[in-house]
Structures are given as C-alpha cells and as structure tokens.
Design a protein around this ligand. Structure first.
Ligand code: FMN
Length: 339
C-alpha cells in the first residue's frame, strides 16, 4: 500500500509520503518541521524575512532532532533583495537541498538558488504562474486554491486549479489549500497531483510555534468562519490577500475587505515579541513568543479548519491522513488507477 502513496515527488524531496507541511512564517519552526519529516512527511521551516542567524539556528535544531530531509520556505517577492541573497547563501552554507518559494514567481530567484545547487518548489495560485515557475526552473509546483489559510495568491478553488495546473505543466504538482485529511489526499491524486501541502492542519499541532490561542481558535472554527481580505497587509506588498478566522477585528471591516494600502494604515501596536512591536493589521500571527492583544492579530487559517477537531502531535495527524487515504483507496478499488 505504501507503494501507491510513494510518488516520484517523494524521491525528489527525500521523504516517504507525499504530505508536505507548509512553511508557515513564525509558526513552522524546527520542532514542527522535524516532527513532520521524522514521521515520513516533508517538513519545512517557515523563514520568510527571518534573519540569517535564526535560519542557521533553526536548521541546526531540525538536524539535532531528525536526520530526515526537510526544506526552507522563503518569499522572494516579499523580502528585501539583500536579505534574500543572504538567506539563500545561508541555506546553501547549511547544506539545504530544497527551497519552497511562494508569491509572484521571480525567475532570477530560482536561477540564483539553482546556481547555488538548491532545488526549488514554487507555490502558485494560477495556471500562468505555474507555467512561469516551470520556465524558471522549479522542480515542482504547489497549486494553491483560494480556500487556503495564510497568504492566498489566486482566486480559484483547489478543485478547479489543481487539475488545470496538472494539465498545463510537465512538473510534479502538489495540491494546496483545503487539504487536511486522507480523503483529500486521494482526491488530490485523482486531480493529477502527486501529494498535498498542508498548513492549517499542521498549525494545530503540539509542535507548531503558533500561540495556543490561535490553535484553539482553529479547532473551534467551522469552515464558513474564515474571511478572505487584504486588510492584514503591513509588511507585505499592497493587494496581498490572506485568509484568516473571523474575529472582532475582521468584523470592523464590514464590507470593505479589499483595497487596503499598507503605506497608509496607522501603526497601532497591540502586542510585542521580545521587545519588537507587533502592529494591528500586520501579517504577524500570534506566536508562543508574543504577548498582548493576540486575538486582534491575523488568525491565519484555511477553510479546512472545520476538519481540524483537536490539537495533536504532527506524527498523529500524518498517520491519520495516511490511514484514511489507504482505507479510501481500498474501499473504492482505486489501487491500480492511482499508482
Ligand atoms: C498560519 C499560516 C502561515 C502561513 N505562512 C506562510 C509562509 O510564511 N509562507 C508560505 O509560503 N505560505 C504560508 N502559508 C500558506 C501555506 O503555504 C499554504 O498555502 C496553506 O496553508 C494551504 O492551505 P491550508 O491552510 O488549507 O492547508 C501560511 C498558512 C498558514 C495557515
């Protein structure tokens, strides 16, 4: 049965199962990435705009916890170019083999990573961007549907997008946005993907660096309690949309969910992280290391929050996805069709 789920992307990444943990900024630190990779999935450090010292420390910590492969997530289009160059060099120096990029496809960023000997998976939100990632030299594309949590780059649902991306590129495709169960892994494979990329499901784990308040809110949320908006945009380019849980803060927006400008939003500090001010309407989400009015921050989560019912170790979540996928394949007699 493992043969059915062990897709070519697993050999590209060095994992057993095609379940990729999304590199969530702040949330996906060494403890989570190591837990996922150690259990046979593909863990990823969320290092968007992080200083190189932290990247170095987190990479060392993952290695201390597991000898399995893992990746590092960076966002070229939302990072100062000098810092981004330093981040790439740090990853290279630390022996990272796989990077996961997101947002606007920047061909020069892929070329730079490839020149340094690292492979790139690009998460995209449209067929055009998938083709751009392929042309730029990515080894796989992650097709993100609009139901995803965190930053959302496209407007089309996973059900529609994944199969279109699979038809449009020759690269392995990974489905992202709304995938938290074994049935959804099987569905992704039926759509032409080789695996799934999960954020919300791995946010609600004992190992994630999200604050407990955020994890609890994900567990309590129903699937119709998320909001798609570009209001949480301080630190990101104008127009960058996110999906968050509905809250008292999102209720303040009324019908004005879009057209917010990061340059004109007043900086109003509502929390702090070890002395660093955290502003309302920033892209910071509540972390273990923060204090303040954390329920007013961006409670990133996808529509699949409604399928997350408890906070569990990442290994248990991965195992239930695999068990459910195997059962679903067997029940539907799909073994030969998906392999
Ligand atoms: C809390 C949170 C933080 C995220 N941060 C990042 C990030 O830093 N970089 C990135 O590429 N994607 C980030 N994402 C988006 C994920 O890569 C992925 O597209 C999304 O989680 C998939 O949808 P799902 O939440 O339904 O699993 C984040 C998602 C969440 C939930």
């Amino acid at each position: 049965m493992r043969g059915i789920l062990h897709q070519p992307i697993c050999d590209i990444l060095g994992c057993d199962y095609p379940v990729l943990q999304a590199g969530m900024g702040g949330v996906a630190r060494a403890e989570l990435a190591a837990a996922v990779s150690g259990a046979g999935g593909f863990g990823c450090l969320g290092m968007v705009r992080e200083p190189c010292d932290l990247i170095r420390r987190e990479i060392a910590e993952v290695r201390h916890r597991t000898d399995r492969a893992f990746g590092v997530n960076l966002i070229p289009a939302a990072t100062d170019p000098d810092l981004f160059t330093e981040q790439l060099k740090t990853c290279k120096d630390e022996g990272i083999e796989t990077l996961v990029f997101f947002w606007d496809v920047m061909p020069e960023a892929v070329a730079h990573a490839n020149d340094l000997g690292m492979q790139v998976l690009y998460q995209v939100g449209s067929v055009d961007q998938a083709c751009a990632a392929e042309a730029a030299g990515a080894v796989a594309v992650i097709a993100q549907g609009v139901e995803a949590g965190g930053h959302v780059h496209g407007t089309v649902s996973s059900l529609v997008l994944v199969q279109q991306v699979a038809a449009a590129t020759d690269l392995p495709v990974i489905a992202s946005g709304g995938f938290a169960t074994g049935r959804s892994l099987v569905a992704a494979m039926a759509l032409g993907a080789q695996g799934i990329h999960c954020g919300t499901a791995f946010l609600a784990t004992t190992e994630s660096f999200a604050h407990d308040l955020h994890k609890q809110r994900v567990v309590q949320a129903a699937s119709d309690e998320t909001v798609h908006t570009d209001a949480f945009v301080i630190n990101w380019p104008k127009g960058a949309a996110v999906r968050v849980l509905r809250s008292e803060v999102t209720n303040l927006l009324g019908d004005r969910l879009f057209a917010h400008d990061p340059n004109t939003i007043p900086r109003h500090q509502i929390a702090d992280e070890e002395g660093k001010p955290i502003y309302r309407w920033s892209t910071d989400s509540p972390l273990r290391s923060m204090q303040g009015d954390l329920d007013q921050l961006a409670l990133f989560a996808g529509q699949c929050a409604g399928s997350v019912h408890s906070i569990r170790p990442a290994k248990e979540i991965l195992q239930s996805i695999l068990d459910e996928a195997h059962a679903c394949i067997e029940r539907n007699g799909m073994g030969t069709k998906l392999s």
